[in-house]
Design a protein around this ligand. Sequence first.
Ligand code: FNR
Length: 236
Amino acid sequence: MRHGLPDAESRNHPFFVHLFSLKSRNTRLQRGCLRGVQGPLLFGPFHAPSRGIMAKLKLAVIVGSNRRDSINRKLAQALVKLGANAFDASFVQIDDLPMFNPDLEPQRPEPTLRLKREIEAADAILIVTPEHNRSIPAVLKNAIDWASRPYGQNSWANKTVAVTGTSSGAVGTAVSQQQLRMILTNLVGVVVGGQVFITFKDGLIDAEHNITNEGTRAFLQGFLDQFAEIATKLAA
Ligand code: FNR
């Protein structure tokens, strides 16, 4: 499988992974020329960085779907498993938040306070989102809005955020991710580079949250390694 523009070969695979800017980074990873905050880190191709005695990054994972059998939750669970070397992850619940309304702000409902606490406690945030009508789902936008308020107390400030997502469509949430990046740019510290659009097919992720295709697993490992590398530097 190629990690670039889909070609005839990759179309025959059970899914596409579209990768643009990460491609050159992975080349650098293969040369082992990236440096960590505590000196040189040796990277094999797509191998997780050795974090030595450094503590794991506290990762808050937000799934932009409230669907019971969400494929984005499945992808998020697989990413948590794949990134267990670098991240200590927990899922942030967003499906019990009331619809944002400034009238509620003087006496904020407890779930909205919990949301802010969990985001503020994280070193880094991973958002895994579907695409709804070429945008992000309302449940995700609602959570973003709640955590951005009250004015002057934006919980997203200075956070390092990575985004990805999956759908059964050919462009695998590309449009919603672009819109999400645009929203986050106004709120967070850094939205990490690299674009990871995954077209979901049955069997891509097994019941134990393993990514069954070796090429995709390696690719996503590279994505998580880059995320951990950047978040570690920014958390220092
Ligand atoms: C969708 N879906 C969809 N898919 C896509 O690739 N582009 C789109 O714009 C949309 N729009 C859309 C709107 C609405 C209201 C729904 C309910 C669905 C399909 C969507 O990707 C699919 O339902 C996924 O399974 C959603 O992900 P979760 O909820 O399973 O994680």
